[in-house]
Design a protein around this ligand. Sequence first.
Ligand SMILES: N[C@@H](CCC(=O)N[C@@H](CS)C(=O)NCC(=O)O)C(=O)O
Length: 224
Amino acid sequence: MTQPLILHYAPDSASLVIRIVLEELGLPHDLRLVDRTKGDLDRPAYRALHPLGLIPALETPEGAMFETAAILLWLSDRHPEAGLAPAPSAPDRGDFLKWLFFTSTNLHPALLQLFYPERTAGPEAVPALLPLARARVGTCLDALETAAAAKPGWLTPDRPTLLGFYLGMLIRWLASFPPEDQAHVDPRSYPALHAVIAAAERRAAAQRIAQDEGLGPLPFTLSA
Ligand SMILES: N[C@@H](CCC(=O)N[C@@H](CS)C(=O)NCC(=O)O)C(=O)O
């Protein structure tokens, strides 16, 4: 019997997009809640799955996976029929990979610097780091908005895509901050991305997981 996939998750963390994609693909899996307040991330058993003790981690029959983008790509490559990403031989595979890695190595870390500046540079550097991280987020979103405005097949409101779900989660976090907070982003200020994530959040899979995690009916845009 094949071992099931096991996702180590916490509500409204980076595991959200993995849960949505597992649901979108209809893949059976078990969930293990990681309780950060109880030190679960530092337990040797969890560190054996993820060397840095971060969420998400996915146990697969072939070993543990970590890094959100790697897990997403691994899942979609095994289920090409779902069309969540261009196939390895597709002409637009290179563009898709480029923007997936752009998101995971530039936008996602800039958000973490913005949300947890003291972890990056210590408490005394927070006032200097915050505007830099905010500017970096803006630069990344501007570039992604330009990419989305060209309506590529891998970032379109017309059908679900890995990047649409991933960006929906990241933009959700920015939109969750009150407007007066430095970290706040109004998703409507990026119309092409807004259209993509608004379509993504309407998917039945996204709705089911959002309901399970208590994220409200518009989990990505937070307002119509
Ligand atoms: N590069 C990692 C980043 C994962 C990450 O930073 N996860 C956060 C949750 S969203 C985490 O586990 N933080 C540890 C903590 O909150 O203590 C990825 O893409 O998976």
